[in-house]
Write a protein that binds this ligand. Structure first.
Ligand code: KIV
Length: 261
């Protein structure tokens, strides 16, 4: 899968994207045949156990992205620029983004917000960029929580930001937690694929955090997500059985042991 084939899917077929954070999750996503894998900064609040996405470092993202691309096969892998990763000078920011391709083997970067100068500079260096508007989790403290964005009058400025990103050269746009009408308008008016997460049914594709989809995180599933499996509960059950077998001397049994010859 390439950025070119993703662009071509617009108006033809829904685009499927999930997050992954290591070789195990990437192999699952690739085996299921998704179009794109996002090494999201949600790594922070899934695999790393933080309560927001803010603490994850660029180095940690590189480390995990490299693990993902070792198992992603032909699936397009997008690297999410974490909080404050792109606030140096333009050349430093381009280098930081470029490392995701050069060292980690990703094919594109994603970034929250409207840094059109950086998008232009990246595209100028041959680095494909996915935008991210609507709810931007890196702004959680500015919002004072995680709320639906782009309601009422705000829809106009959000669409203007999206157009500015398109003019700067993004190949696709993630739209997070906006009213369904706004998601539909964005998909209809923008020439690039709009990938929704909580942006309703009428966008060009969907992205979900794998931990939500697989039921890997204990607790409530977000309103925009659907739990397709209960892997956390299944894992607790399996580990509990193992613990019981060890304590009752049922494991290991003879088939798990080695002879002298
Ligand atoms: O980091 C992430 O998982 C994301 C998705 C919510 C799109 O940015």
């Amino acid at each position: 899968m390439t950025t070119r084939s993703i662009i071509r899917k617009k108006g033809q077929e829904p685009i499927v994207m999930v997050t992954a954070w290591d070789s195990i999750t990437a192999r699952m996503a690739a085996a299921a045949g998704v179009d794109m894998i996002l090494v999201g900064d949600s790594l922070a609040n899934t695999a790393l156990g933080y309560s927001t996405t803010l603490p994850v470092t660029l180095e940690a993202m590189y480390h995990h992205a490299s693990a993902v691309t070792r198992a992603s096969g032909e699936t397009l892998v997008v690297f999410d620029m974490p909080f404050l990763a792109c606030c140096g000078n333009l050349a430093e920011d381009v280098r930081a983004c470029g490392r995701a391709l050069k060292e980690c083997g990703c094919q594109a970067v994603k970034m929250e917000g409207t840094n059109t100068d950086l998008v232009r500079a990246l595209v100028g260096q041959g680095i494909p960029v996915m935008g991210h508007l609507g709810l931007m989790p890196q702004r959680v403290h500015q919002y004072g929580g995680m709320f639906v964005q782009g309601r009422g009058e705000d829809a106009t400025s959000l669409l203007a930001s999206a157009r500015a990103l398109v003019d700067a050269g993004i190949f696709s746009l993630v739209l997070e937690c906006v009213p369904e009408e706004l998601g539909a308008r964005a998909a209809a008016e923008l020439p690039v694929p709009v990938i929704g997460i909580g942006a309703g049914r009428h966008v060009d594709g969907q992205v979900q955090v794998l931990a939500d989809l697989l039921g890997l995180a204990p607790g409530k599933t977000p309103k925009h997500a659907n739990r397709y499996a209960g892997l956390f509960d299944a894992a607790v059950e399996a580990i509990g059985q193992y613990a019981g077998d060890v304590r009752n001397r049922r494991f290991p049994d003879q088939q798990h042991t080695f002879g002298d010859t």
